[in-house]
Ligand binder design. Structure first.
Ligand code: ZN
Length: 99
């Protein structure tokens, strides 16, 4: 595939974590760690999404459209619950100390 001309959906290359290069350990005359173009993305740092990933992304988008933004609200609920618990404990400690 001519990746240079590709302008469709793409993802960060997970092989090189988006750097476009990987460290390769070599032995012999050029022994040592070398930075080479990532063989998966050819040094681009990103690669075209596979059909599976496109389907996943579409599904995730659909879920988000239906359910709004549950990750944030769940996290907020958890933080509120933790805060309430801490306040309750602090009150109990103060009560114990003054008695
Ligand atoms: Zn790569």
């Amino acid at each position: 595939m001519a990746i240079r001309d590709y302008d469709g959906p793409s993802v960060e290359c997970d092989h090189c974590a988006g750097h476009g290069w990987v460290q390769v350990r070599r032995f012999g005359i050029i022994s040592g760690v070398h930075e080479e173009d990532c063989p998966i993305c050819c040094g681009h740092g990103w690669r075209p999404m596979t059909d599976d990933e496109l389907a996943d992304a579409a599904e995730a988008q659909e879920q988000e459209r239906i359910h709004g933004e549950p990750p944030v609200s769940v996290q907020e609920q958890y933080q509120c619950a933790t805060l309430a618990k801490l306040e309750h404990q602090a009150r109990a400690i103060r009560k114990g100390a003054s008695a």
